[in-house]
Design a protein around this ligand. Structure first.
Ligand SMILES: [Zn+2]
Ligand SMILES: [Zn+2]
Length: 441
């Protein structure tokens, strides 16, 4: 009888503790654990949540810090073997996630439901800030040494799904991008040991997110890969009546420009230059997409109209035009030679279009002006040119008209025939950033 009574009292105390933790009442929680330090060890009824779990899930960073300061175990597990970090990430509590990582939380823990890690949860719920915090931790924690960063990014859960699969399935395009940017394998399959499985593109087709489909395609996802039931992503999207996605996934439609794989690309690309190239890629694919969606009788996605006026080639009259297309402003500078061209042309040179292997660069890309290997791409400094310079250089027309880049536009034609660059541009017509050439000091 007495035992049962104390048990009931204990339960009431526990409940009060967890309520105080959940609502972030720091002083109250402190007073309670000061009085009875054993409360640290208490867990909620069925789920076995510790106070740290509850603080993390509710984003109570002060309580969480206090608990950690009083040496609460940072990787304490609940019934499903989930850590407080996993719960913080699930609920998008970035501050708490960072605090836990800082306190030494292990990012390489697997839960017992589907053997998922905190990275899986971040991708699943689309909490990009949490995802980035985990990835940056993965660069420096022992995980990087023991597992390797690339392996961690592509970590598989119990069903063989990588975080990229989950982001694609649950329409989390921002997380999808962050993962691709950090080396997630675009053609990863959920099937193990040579068995066919689903790719992230299959998952995106199932989720019906046009953003995810578009992004995966531009990162080189294969439209022809079969899943375990022998379906290509196109069939998956059709079955679920995602018409726009299906239009892009249709293997008979024109292939998009593809973001170059790291191996085929320049080793050094600064963030700014990368952003410019990515934007150019998006624009090029946008044109193609417009046609496809029109054919599929779909209204263009909001992205189209939104970025309509946001072209790289803005109406600037006093800037240098690209010597390849004579259309866009030179925004990218090639190192080490110093030649400049626009982002679109850079992209066309460094990208390959699937499935035509003839246009792929077999080795690293070369500068179209001097044929030297491209080691690095930088954002070009846009210099205003004086009138005399323009007169002395009839090869470089200046135009202020605004033009949209498209795969079929005349400016783009012949880009795959790289030999013609030399004839059009000639060796000396490539812009050299060495200012001596222009007689400017
Ligand atoms: Zn150009
Ligand atoms: Zn060059």
């Amino acid at each position: 009888m007495g035992q049962r009574l104390s048990c009931a009292t204990q339960q009431r105390e526990d409940k009060a503790l967890f309520l105080a933790v959940a609502s972030g009442e720091l002083e109250l929680v402190e007073a309670m654990v000061d009085e009875d330090p054993s409360l640290f060890e208490q867990t909620t009824g069925y789920d076995n949540l510790s106070p740290l779990h509850v603080a993390a899930a509710n984003g109570r960073i002060q309580v969480l810090s206090m608990l950690l300061d009083r040496s609460c175990k940072v990787d304490v597990l609940n019934r499903q073997k989930q850590t407080p970090l996993m719960l913080a990430v699930m609920h998008g509590k970035t501050g708490c996630a960072e605090k836990l990582i800082h306190a030494g939380a292990n990012i390489l823990m697997f839960d017992s439901i589907r053997r998922r890690t905190c990275l899986h949860y971040a991708a699943y719920y689309g909490h990009t800030d949490c995802l980035k915090a985990i990835l940056s931790a993965a660069h420096s924690t022992p995980v990087a040494d023991s597992w390797g960063f690339a392996r961690f990014v592509n970590i598989r859960d119990g069903n063989g799904a990588t975080p990229l699969h989950l982001a694609a399935r649950h329409r989390q395009s921002e997380c999808l991008h962050a993962l691709l940017d950090n080396g997630a394998l675009v053609c990863a399959s959920t099937g193990g040991y040579g068995y066919p499985g689903s790719t992230p593109l299959h998952m995106a087709a199932r989720g019906g997110s046009l953003d995810c489909v578009r992004m995966l395609l531009s990162w080189g996802a294969d439209r022809l890969q079969l899943d375990s039931s022998g379906k290509i992503p196109f069939t998956v999207a059709l079955k679920r009546k995602y018409k726009a996605c299906a239009a892009l996934l249709d293997p008979s439609s024109a292939a998009p420009l593809v973001w170059p794989s790291p191996l085929k690309f320049i080793s050094e690309l600064n963030q700014e230059a990368k952003a410019l190239l990515e934007k150019a890629l998006l624009e090029a694919n946008r044109e193609r997409e417009k046609t496809l969606l029109k054919e599929a009788d779909m209204p263009p996605s909001p992205l189209h109209s939104e970025s309509e006026d946001d072209n790289i080639s803005s109406e600037t009259s006093d800037v240098e035009l690209c010597c390849i297309c004579f259309d866009q402003v030179c925004t990218i500078e090639v190192r080490p030679c110093g030649h400049q061209m626009c982002a679109h042309c850079t992209l066309a040179l460094c990208c390959h279009k699937k499935p035509d292997p003839a246009t792929a660069c077999p080795s690293g890309p070369v500068c179209p002006f001097c044929r030297g290997a491209i080691v690095q791409l930088l954002v070009a400094k846009i210099n205003k040119r004086s009138v005399t310079e323009v007169e002395s250089s009839p090869m470089k027309p200046r135009r202020s008209r605004k033009s949209n880049f498209s795969e079929g536009s005349s400016s783009f034609k012949g880009l795959s025939a790289m030999g013609s660059f030399g004839r059009i541009a000639g060796r000396n017509s490539g812009k050299i950033t060495d200012e001596k050439q222009w007689g400017v000091s």
